[in-house]
Design a protein around this ligand. Structure first.
Ligand code: OOG
Ligand code: NI
Length: 462
């Protein structure tokens, strides 16, 4: 019998499926969310709205509702460095740096994700991974205590570490080892209701910041949400409300548009769950904790640095006028302001291209009439080239902060001093993070170059 190797893409798909199954049993409300998304997606796929989705020919619509991302929060540099090695076995690489301290959340983050288009198409699963910044806890005694608790824990099983080393040494894993690897790595993401700190320490950590308590008090970095793709996030949000799920007050990101850009996200808020704290007498003390939720996302075009600056400016303008309240009391006002301010963001693919606001891929769709100048605008005008948006595969710090905060409560705002530190993050990670703009820029340049080569081939041979 020959031993076959399992590709990183296959391992990532296996892992994502295993995690989805685990999370649905751990958080039944997440199973409800998956059903709502599945139903909404079928409705859209069978309606005229399907045409506006820009589905790529390689898009497998039977997998459209699969999870696009999940998130974890790690406690130490060593955990982050090991996690990076584990994700690499699954073909996931750190892209982007997100500083959440600007939103009073004491973490900084990256997204581990596949990079090549073919890999994303095979399985797009990524993990938004945060590292706690204990140095942002003001109370020195509490900070040291938290550090000591974190230094004592081992979040990876021995087998997970050994199989990661095997994969590194051999350049991959064979089928049997890959299955063991997925099962063992899943343990790191599992929920443990038994806390590893006593109730008093937990209360002190909660007082410092709810997020610190979530990271420090448990045996591992439980997966805190999974996020399937919805084809109509407004309908899915209504569906959540209709099914009685505690939906977040607003949809994060840009407004609904004819030409979708970046990323729109919403979630149901973390549920209150029973946990147990060890007592000095060796027993357990019952308590509760809110950590785990479900999210949905809808993606649009990746923006250039110029487009992103405009997006950030417009969003800041909206938030200066109406800051969304967690209890939903000003949601209608916020949505109206968002729609109004974003009228300044062109909503037409050609304009977005001409103004250098978004990234595109190109296709040759005609023969150049004699005398057509060889510039892109002229080729687009003549219908020789056609544009379609390159989809945004990353995250948005203001949106991420909104997702964090909807699970932490309004009281978590304005508590941490913002200090961005990408160098410190990369030192912990062990490698630099990839620059998302450079990745999109290369995709666009490659696509255009391939089309121009094809055209010069047709003109010189004809
Ligand atoms: C991560 C929140 C950020 C997103 O989709 O922006 C996030 C967390 O709560 O740990 O997942
Ligand atoms: Ni998320």
């Amino acid at each position: 019998m020959t031993r076959r190797s399992r590709s990183p893409n296959q391992i990532r798909a296996d892992f994502s499926a295993a995690m989805s199954a685990m999370y649905r049993t751990e958080v039944p409300a997440y199973g409800d969310l998956v059903k709502i998304v599945g139903q909404t997606n079928v409705t859209v796929l069978n309606s005229p709205a399907r045409d506006a989705l820009n589905l790529t020919p390689d898009e497998d619509t039977t997998r459209i509702s699969q999870e696009r991302h999940g998130a974890i929060r790690l406690g130490t540099a060593a955990e982050l460095a090991m996690m990076a090695r584990v994700f690499r076995v699954m073909g996931m690489h750190p892209v982007g740096y997100y500083d959440l301290s600007v939103a009073s959340v004491p973490v900084h983050s990256t997204a581990f994700r596949p990079i090549a288009r073919a890999d994303l198409a095979e399985n797009p699963f990524r993990v938004f991974t945060s590292l706690l910044r204990l140095e942002l806890i003001a109370d020195a005694a509490l900070r040291e205590k938290a550090q000591a608790v974190l230094d004592r824990r081992q979040i990876f099983t021995e087998t997970a570490i050994a199989l990661t080393e095997t994969a590194e040494a051999n350049g991959g894993l064979e089928d049997g080892d890959a299955a063991d690897f997925v099962r063992e790595v899943l343990e790191t993401f599992r929920w443990h209701p038994e806390a590893c700190v006593d109730a008093e320490t937990f209360a002190a950590l909660i007082k410092a910041h709810r997020l610190i308590a979530d990271v420090v008090s448990f045996r591992g970095p439980h997966i805190n949400h999974l996020t399937p793709r919805t084809l109509d996030i407004d309908a899915a949000q209504d569906g959540m409300i209709a099914r009685g799920l505690p939906a977040k007050a607003i949809i994060e990101g840009p407004p609904r548009r004819t030409c979708p850009i970046l990323l729109r996200q919403t979630a149901f808020k973390a549920l209150d769950e029973p946990v147990r704290f060890p007592t000095p007498a060796g027993g357990w003390h019952d308590g509760h904790h809110t950590a785990r939720f479900g999210e949905i996302e809808q993606r649009g075009a990746a923006l250039t640095p110029k487009g992103r600056t405009l997006y950030d400016q417009l969003l800041a303008e909206v938030r200066a006028a109406v800051l969304p309240a967690a209890d939903g009391t000003n949601t209608a006002e916020y949505d109206a302001k968002l729609a109004e301010v974003f009228r300044k963001f062109p909503d037409d693919w050609r304009k977005l291209y001409d103004q250098g606001l978004a990234y595109f891929k190109f296709a040759v769709t005609g023969m150049p009439p004699p005398g057509t100048p060889q510039d892109v605008a002229a080729l687009l005008d003549a219908g020789v080239l056609t544009l379609s948006p390159i989809i945004y595969e990353d995250f948005l710090p203001v949106s991420a902060a909104g997702i964090f905060q909807s699970n932490l409560g309004d009281e978590a705002r304005d508590r941490v001093q913002p200090v961005s530190n990408q160098q410190q993050f990369e030192a912990a990670l062990g490698v630099p993070v990839a620059d998302e703009f450079a990745l999109y820029d290369a995709l666009q340049a490659d696509s255009l170059a391939a089309c121009l080569r094809q055209l010069s081939g047709t003109t010189s041979s004809g």
